[in-house]
Design a protein around this ligand. Sequence first.
Ligand code: NAD
Length: 356
Amino acid sequence: MDYKIAVIKGDGIGPEVVDSALEILDAVGEKFGHKFNYTEVLAGGCAYDEYGEPLPEKTLNVCKESDAVVLGAVGGPKWDDLPGEKRPEAALLGLRKELGLFANLRPAILFEALKDACPLKPEIIGDGLDICVVRELTGGIYFGERGFRDTEMGKAAYDVEVYAEQEVERIAKVAFDMAMKRKKKVMSVDKANILESSRLWRKTVEKVAKDYPEVALDHMYVDNASMQLVRDPKQFDVIVTTNMFGDILSDEASMITGSIGMLPSASLGENNKGMYEPVHGSAPDIAGQGKANPLATILSMSMMLKYSLGLLEESECIEQAVTKALNEGNRTGDIAGTGEKILTTAEMTAAVKANL
Ligand code: NAD
């Protein structure tokens, strides 16, 4: 089969980790007889430098016409003083909105070989961790009305959290579908003791749950959830939550697994169209030095094969190659223990490729 893939390498370590990921994707294509046709487009700081805007129309059009989008990372100190809508990160919000990517899937998996990198005590993590955070991505406070007004206390700024029933329904369905393929447990996280929007969220999730009688649904307030994630993370299977709560909790869940350099993500819309990117940012401190861990982006390719292209065996092949490469002791700097040999980005990529 032939597939059209839009490639946004972005800034900082983005180009390095995307090059690694495409090398693995090409190797998988060769092994299984697929051809991935890449169209490279700009977004983020590099797009601002070239076109004066972080998300050019051309980039959006290419992404809309492709089967899936691969993204490295955007941003860096060079662009930190630009106004909000010109900042590299504005490209991410624009891509999510314009491509209708309302569901962000972030698996937080602790690989057996990296158990020592987990900051929690061994008795808490037991035989490993596998949590999937499903975050709503195109609604809530990040997209609500915002502005300024004068108050008795001086100038005030506000951002509004709004959720419509249908927005909650569709993200809840993604979470329940995911749970059906896993341990059949969904934890919906909200702040229903305080927020009206959370009360609607909770009621709507309960309504959707009626269509999934096999899945056990529970609710948790976000403050408790952030505590439970480090106290007893094994109680979670799928966590579904709002845009802002998901932003925070998925970072917390990811740190439990050791390094941000290991964590893939998928952002999905209707018809399985998706954007695939590592959870980490552009890491300007190590950019261009060959130090970046490419595994998060490589594992994002595995998610792309599974969720957007329906290539399950190929997806599994990448996951197994990463596991084997880790079991052999291959480590980049971010996941290496004291005294362990540190590989470059290219060496780690070669180790995965050798295990495909
Ligand atoms: P970051 O994730 O870029 O880096 C945090 C730390 O983790 C750094 O020490 C970095 O060296 C390390 N790190 C990150 N990825 C790594 C990898 N693959 N291998 C080894 N080490 C890795 O977060 P930050 O420093 O807060 O942000 C840097 C820039 O990235 C900012 O401009 C921020 O806005 C942007 N950012 C972009 C995205 C995105 O594009 N999706 C996400 C988060 C942050």
